[in-house]
Ligand binder design. Sequence first.
Ligand SMILES: *Cc1c(COP(=O)(O)O)cnc(C)c1O
Length: 387
Amino acid sequence: MRATRRHGFGTRAVHDGEEPDLGSTGDVVTPIHLSSTFARKWVDRPTAGLEYSRTGNPTRSALERRLASLENASHALAYSSGMAAETTILLSLLEKGDHVVAGDDLYGGTRRLFEATMRRFGVSFSYADTRSAKSVQAAMTDKTALIWLETPTNPLMRICDIRAISRLGRERGAMTVVDNTFASPYVQNPLDLGAAVSVHSTTKYIGGHSDVVGGAVMLSDDDAFEKLRFNQNALGAVPSPFDCFMVLRGSKTLHLRMERHSSNATAVAEFLSSHKAVSVVHYPGLRSHPQHSLAAKQMRLPGGMLSAELKGGLPAAKRFLSRLRVFTLAESLGGVESLADHPASMTHASVPSAERARIGITDGLVRLSVGIEDEADLLADLKSALG
Ligand SMILES: *Cc1c(COP(=O)(O)O)cnc(C)c1O
């Protein structure tokens, strides 16, 4: 699926992958093709290349063309969840005995997949502070086949230098995978910075409305794409045509939503950093963020995610979270509505507590996914919950 790179992001988000079919009905919007199988005229030739819906589906193909275009990739593959996308990457690109260097501040489910499942198949993992390319280098062995990054990291909003780490990986024969869920393709394009693979939970910003679970992989390496496509069909973790339609629909407003997520999150970060109940705010858009200039270099906008440390520890965090009215206390992120999370007891509860303490995920840390509501209402909600 070749992307068109002629147009700006907004034009591609609205149009790419969805050309009206003037040969038949002229639908402006890609239909939800529910058929599980496709009739053929000839035994040896599938009609329009379609055989069976796990292998290929027209609604999914439209979504995959759109996703490739948004990430400036030659290819994209859609999956039934972000975890299904990750599983397919690991099972497609790794052999028994391979080693992976991953960030130590990863999405909890990714770490669980690595530790509880993939280790059983003879793949080993090391965790490094990916803020420094040197610490990634120190963790690499001659078996390292993948470097797995998140940037910004979850929930501490640390930034990895995608360009420097991808170059290091290439020199040592390892592919760099960036989980780009937190940034979204509007904010950051890892492949343009040298990464081999971008992976997304489309459940978050790309879908954008907290109403569908999905995942995607975008890449330009033809060999890796063929392996992933083979396993999209062989492992079978494909999204339903309806889910593909939902993600395709959500993706059309990604650029508009990210602008508003970012401006609201900037206002929230500034408000929280001046509040006496808050000791530190982690947001790449703040000048006080230790990697503000690296973030400004590789991200178009600072995005909608931030975390903050409350001075009163666990009791203060619990009280704050229970008093929010516009923000909803829930896991997940990236939807139009603002969400609040307590990483130590919710999203990161599966990370052992000693490890949480080492990384800096304290009991007073709260994570916010700032939505696209009115800024004044969000600030008033935070002010009254902290008061
Ligand atoms: C949510 C998330 C995932 C997992 O995606 P699902 O769609 O929930 O399977 C992976 N990485 C990050 C950064 C996420 O936020």
